[in-house]
Design a binder for this molecule. Structure first.
Ligand code: NAP
Ligand code: COA
Length: 260
C-alpha cells in the first residue's frame, strides 16, 4: 500500500539500479511524492521501460550504463547536471547476487559482486559529489543484512555489502560539514523481487523466510521505499551515517532461515 506522505515536489532524485525490483519501487515512491526522476542500469530495455513509467508532467531521464565503469557513471551525472542541475537525493542500489558456497565462487564471480556493489557504490557517490545539493543533499545506499550477519553461500555479498556500509559511514563523516547526509537502508526479505527469487526460490523457502520475520510476513517494495522517503526528508535532517534496517525485525532475530 503506497503511503508516500512526504513532499518532494521539484526535487531531483537519481536512482542507480533503479529499473527493477526494490530500486524501481523507490523511484516510483519519489515520483509519487512529486520528484523529478532519473534512473540508470545496464539493460537498455529496462532503462527505457522504467523511464517511461516514471515520466509524468516532466519526462524522467534514463541512462544505460554499468556502475563498474566510473567514466560512464560520471558521464551520466554530468548529463543530468546539464539538464536538471543538482541532485537532491541520490540512491545507489545496483547489486549482483547468486547463492554459492565459497568453494564455488570463482575469483571472477567474487570480483563481479564486489565491483557492482562496493566499487559501484563508490563510483556513484564519487561521481555525484560535485553535483549534490549542498546543504540538504541526501545519499541513500541500499545495503543488506549480509553486511553484518555472516551467511553461508553469501561470502561475496557479505564482503561487498560490508564495504557499502563503511562507504556510507565514512562519507557521512567527510561530507557532513557540507550538509550532505549519507545513510544506508538495509531491506529484509522482500516479496516479488529478484533477490528473493535467487535466495528463496521455492514457496517453501519463502514461507520459511516469512516465518523468520518477527512481524510475520515478507516485506514489500513499498515498505523499503517509504523508509527511503523518510531518510531523504527533512524529518531525518539530523540522521546521517546510519544503517537503517527495513526488515520487520528480521535482523534482530539474526535472520535464521532466510536462505531457506
Ligand atoms: P534487482 O531487481 O535485480 O535490482 C538490481 C538493479 O540493479 C536492477 O535494476 C539491475 O538492472 C541493476 N544492476 C545490476 N547490476 C548492475 C550494474 N553492474 N550496473 C548498473 N546497474 C546494475 O534486485 P532487487 O532484489 O530488487 O535488489 C535491489 C537492491 O536491494 C539491491 O541492492 C539488493 O542487494 C538489495 N536487497 C534486496 C533484498 C531482497 O529481498 N530482494 C534484500 C536485501 C537487500 P540491469 O539488469 O538493467 O543492470
Ligand atoms: N554460481 C557460481 N558462480 C556464478 C554464478 C552462480 N550461480 N553466477 C555467475 N557466476 C560467476 C560466473 O561463472 C563468472 O565467473 P567465471 O568467469 O569465473 O566463470 C562470474 O560469476 C561473472 O559472471 P557473469 O555472468 O559474466 O557476470 P555479469 O557481470 O554478467 O553478471 C552477476 C553479474 C553474476 C552478479 C549476475 O548475476 C547479475 O547480473 N546480477 C544482477 C541482478 C541480481 O543479482 N539481482 C539481485 C540483487 S540482490
Amino acid at each position: 500500500m503506497p503511503t508516500a506522505s512526504f513532499d518532494f515536489t521539484g526535487a531531483n532524485v537519481f536512482v542507480f539500479g533503479g529499473t527493477s525490483g526494490i530500486n524501481l519501487g523507490i523511484a516510483h515512491a519519489f515520483a509519487r511524492a512529486g520528484a523529478r526522476l532519473a534512473v540508470a542500469s545496464r539493460n537498455p530495455g529496462k532503462v527505457e521501460a522504467a523511464r517511461a513509467a516514471l515520466s509524468g508532467d516532466e519526462e524522467a531521464l534514463g541512462y544505460a550504463l554499468d556502475v563498474r565503469d566510473f567514466d560512464a557513471v560520471k558521464a551520466a551525472i554530468d548529463d543530468h547536471a546539464a539538464r536538471r542541475g543538482t541532485i537532491d537525493v541520490l540512491v545507489s542500489g545496483a547489486a549482483g547476487n547468486f547463492p554459492a558456497p565459497a568453494t564455488a565462487i570463482s575469483p571472477n564471480g567474487f570480483r563481479s559482486v564486489m565491483e557492482i556493489d562496493a566499487f559501484g557504490t563508490f563510483h556513484v557517490a564519487r561521481a555525484a559529489y560535485e553535483a549534490m545539493t549542498r546543504p540538504g543533499g541526501s545519499i541513500i545506499n541500499i545495503s543488506a543484512p549480509q553486511a553484518w550477519i555472516p551467511m553461508a553461500a553469501q561470502l561475496h555479498v557479505c564482503a561487498a555489502k560490508a564495504g557499502v556500509d563503511m562507504i556510507t559511514k565514512t562519507l557521512a563523516i567527510e561530507w557532513g560539514r557540507e550538509g550532505i547526509r549519507v545513510n544506508s537502508v538495509s531491506p529484509g526479505p522482500i516479496e516479488g523481487t529478484e533477490g528473493m527469487e535467487r535466495l528463496a526460490p521455492t514457496p517453501e523457502a519463502k514461507a520459511r523466510s516469512a516465518k523468520a520475520v518477527p512481524l510475520g510476513r515478507l516485506g514489500t517494495v513499498d515498505d523499503v521505499a517509504d523508509v527511503c522517503l523518510f531518510l531523504a526528508s527533512d524529518a531525518a535532517r539530523y540522521v546521517s551515517g546510519v544503517v537503517l534496517p527495513a526488515d520487520g525485525g528480521w535482523t534482530a532475530g539474526r535472520g535464521f532461515g532466510a536462505l531457506g
